[in-house]
Design a protein around this ligand. Structure first.
Ligand code: PLP
Length: 506
């Protein structure tokens, strides 16, 4: 490594003194390791252990409960004195590492989350090593984020001129998008007067399958959840367009102001995709903001067997995409894109005197991310995205998505073939909802039986589906967002569901 001309030589430093006094040590203490060599050895062990852990993940149970003794250990009080890093690491290996959520395992299909990538995990180490703050300024990390946002525009077909922001997750991405929608379509200066000052009700529309985070966003933005109109569904759980059009018309007639439609590209319950082109047309006609919650589906534009269903997403005014789901970036990683950069900036920009930009030095560089979202200080989450996408390329990432969609169809066929299994919703994407039904069991007992099957599958560490209730009926839900799943894993799921179901029903 080149040495800076003004760098102090090692023997200039008091730490190099052979016998520093205790006072001297205290005066010069920092949070750096006392013994770099020892820390280096530990770091190598940590990396080795981490890679072994990931390489052997399929050999362990999907999940196991945290034993009470370990739970107690993890409730200790604030440590006042230092501990040897080796000892802290041993504690991690013993009490934390063996009890994961399970989402890195090939048979984890609960809720909706990605596996992460090995390179992404290493990237997080490097990101924390550089530890930049992404609020703004002139440094390479900011350029990495801009490049990643550029790639997201390429994936979605958004114009170069659009703006974007990396955020913690889909919830935050939707909040940002809906905030810009509110401020741009309210018809008055919301930042100045606040929504309480609105003469008209400001209305947001989404299907009744919209993710709960969109309701939270509407509530946090002061709009009130009564003003989030939940639109009826088609048989395939997508938004009913005539009901949407009728609701908007009736609201306009009543003197209210429709400001935003939140379409879903991949609902969390069943993977349904709303008719994005038709919703875009309607929004255009009524000058309503068209936001797409693409937390699940937006990145599926990379998959040959999904792309056509997402037609119209490129017309959105804003789109939320989750990267810690189907792109498998380690948590947390999501992106929001906004077609009109100026509207995006006007919603969030506030540059007080202590954040003034400059034309030279660190405060130069033009783009300040803090002008496009809620956070000022932000982590270097762009690096794990940048490294993972470069490592694999968009085509392979697309193949992983396409395979999960094919696996959902495969599981659907296994279910159709078995007389005691029932598919409970059309498989629109990568989510399969089904239940075990041995016949002659009441609806209530059927719900209980299937819940018990789920608990057994999870507690025996076999597989981790989750559950949901569709049109009033309980079912198991398999959300296949997993680059490690193989067809055999679904064979096992079906086999074990039947085995547990039969033994419970007997
Ligand atoms: C997961 C999900 C969200 C929320 O995203 P987080 O990353 O969990 O905050 C929003 N919408 C849909 C459709 C989702 O599946």
């Amino acid at each position: 490594m080149p040495t800076h001309p003004h760098a102090p030589m090692p023997n200039d430093s008091p730490a190099a003194d052979n016998n520093p006094s205790a006072d001297d040590r205290r005066a010069h203490e920092s949070l750096d390791p006392e013994d770099w060599q020892r820390m280096r050895a530990l770091a190598h062990r940590m990396v080795d252990d981490a890679l072994t852990y990931l390489q052997t993940v399929a050999q362990r149970p999907v999940w196991q409960p945290v034993p009470p003794a370990v739970q107690t250990q993890l409730q200790g009080k604030l440590p006042h004195e230092p501990s040897a890093p080796e000892k802290v690491y041993d504690e991690f290996v013993e009490n934390i590492l063996p009890y994961p959520l399970g989402n890195i395992h090939p048979r984890f299909w609960a809720w909706y989350m990605g596996n992460g990538t090995v390179f992404g995990a290493l990237a997080d180490l490097l990101a924390a090593t550089m530890n930049p703050n992404h609020g703004g300024g002139q440094h390479a990390a900011n350029l990495v984020e801009l490049q990643v946002i550029g790639w997201m525009k390429e994936i979605t077909g958004f114009p170069d001129t659009a703006s974007g922001l990396l955020v913690s997750g889909g919830s935050m991405a939707n909040l940002v998008g809906i905030a810009v929608a509110r401020n741009s379509c309210a018809g008055f200066d919301v930042r100045r007067y606040g929504v309480a000052d609105s003469a008209q009700k400001l209305l947001v529309y989404a299907s009744s399958e919209t993710h709960s985070c969109n309701q939270k966003a509407v509530e946090l933005l002061g709009l009130g959840n009564e003003n989030l109109r939940k639109i009826d569904l088609n048989d395939d759980y997508s938004m009913h367009l005539q009901h949407l059009a009728d609701t908007i018309a009736a609201d306009q007639q009543a003197g209210h102001r429709p400001i935003c439609v939140v379409a879903t590209a991949g609902t969390v319950n069943t993977g349904a995709i709303d008719d994005l082109n038709a919703i875009a047309d309607l929004c255009q006609q009524h000058k309503i903001w068209f936001h797409v919650d693409g937390a699940i589906g937006a990145v599926a534009l990379l998959a040959d067997n999904v792309r056509a269903k997402l037609c119209g997403l490129e017309r959105a005014d804003s789109v939320a995409m989750d990267l810690h789901k189907w792109l498998h970036i380690p948590f947390e990683a999501a992106c929001v894109l906004v077609r009109d950069r100026e509207l995006h900036r006007q919603t969030f920009s506030l540059m007080p005197e202590y954040l003034q930009k400059n034309t030279r030095g660190i405060a130069s560089g033009g783009h300040w991310f803090s002008e496009y979202g809620v956070q000022l200080s932000r982590s270097f989450r762009a690096l794990k995205i940048w490294m993972t996408i470069k490592e694999h390329g968009s085509k392979k990432l697309g193949r992983m998505i396409a395979r999960n969609v094919a696996q959902a169809q495969y599981l659907g066929r296994l279910i159709a073939q078995h007389p005691k299994l029932e598919l409970r919703a059309p498989i629109g994407l990568n989510i399969v909802c089904f239940r075990f039904n041995p016949g002659n069991v009441s609806a209530a007992a059927l719900g209980k039986l299937n819940r018990a099957i789920l608990e057994n599958l999870q507690e025996q560490g076999l597989a981790a589906p989750s559950d949901t209730t569709l049109r009033g009926e309980y079912c198991l839900r398999v959300a296949i967002c997993n680059h490690r799943s193989r067809d055999e894993d679904f064979d096992l799921l079906v086999r074990e569901t039947i085995r547990i179901g039969d033994s419970l029903a007997a």
